[in-house]
Structure formats: structure tokens, C-alpha cells
Write a protein that binds this ligand. Structure first.
Ligand SMILES: [Zn+2]
Length: 124
């Protein structure tokens, strides 16, 4: 099966510090690999992002990417929303939704992870 990797570079030269708003320069970059919805095979988004240092707060921070994926997560938001919809809107069981995610979108979401997502979505 075809494995697709999509490279995305969201790195910024400067970015406002989330604490004080001061423009903070990039000092390095990082990379994150996220599982994404696949069309004709497993798909991974390889994200390059910038890391910044705020001289005022003396604090390091990474470029926010909540629009792509939650911090520390292995899956894109699109995977999350699609899987949650299968449970909440299409009323599939967790196991059936996980199976659908594997068969239709080539993403392996453990039912326990999906359970956590559904709980979060219902309590948000
Ligand atoms: Zn700051």
C-alpha cells in the first residue's frame, strides 16, 4: 500500500511570546510527525515548526499549532474530528468507528484513544 508523507513548514522567523506578546526570535526548529486522514493509503504529515526564546520572560516556547493538532498528540485534528463524528453523529460503537477509520482512512486509532476524544468532545 502506498504511504504518503506530506511536508508542511510552518516555521516563523519571529513570533509573539504567548505570555507577554513580545516578538521572540526563532532559535531552532523541531519536527513532528502526525497521522492524517488517508485517501489511498496511510498518510503522515511531517511538520517543521519553529522554537523561540522570549528574552523578556526568559522562556522557551514552540510555535503554537493547535489548528493542526493538540500538543503532544500523534493525530491531526482532522483525524480526531472525523473519528468523533463517527461515534457522535453516525452513532457507531467505538470498535466500529475504529474499524471504519482503519478501512476508509488508513488511520489506526485505538478505541481507548477514541473514547477519550469522545468524552473530551462531549464535555468541551
Ligand atoms: Zn515573553
Amino acid at each position: 500500500m502506498k504511504m504518503t508523507t506530506r511536508r508542511v513548514n510552518i516555521s516563523r522567523r519571529v513570533y509573539p511570546c504567548p505570555l507577554c506578546g513580545e516578538l521572540a526570535a526563532r532559535h531552532s526548529t523541531g519536527r513532528r510527525r502526525l497521522r492524517e486522514i488517508g485517501v489511498d493509503g496511510p498518510t503522515v504529515v511531517d511538520v517543521t515548526y519553529s522554537k523561540h526564546y522570549c528574552a523578556k520572560c526568559r522562556r522557551h516556547f514552540s510555535l503554537p499549532m493547535d489548528h493542526l493538532a493538540p500538543a503532544g498528540g500523534r493525530f491531526t485534528n482532522r483525524v480526531r474530528w472525523t473519528a468523533v463524528d463517527l461515534v457522535v453523529k453516525s452513532a457507531l460503537t467505538l470498535e466500529k468507528a475504529a474499524l471504519r477509520m482503519r478501512q476508509k482512512y488508513f488511520v489506526n486509532v485505538p478505541p481507548t484513544t477514541l473514547h477519550d476524544w469522545v468524552v473530551e468532545a462531549m464535555t468541551a
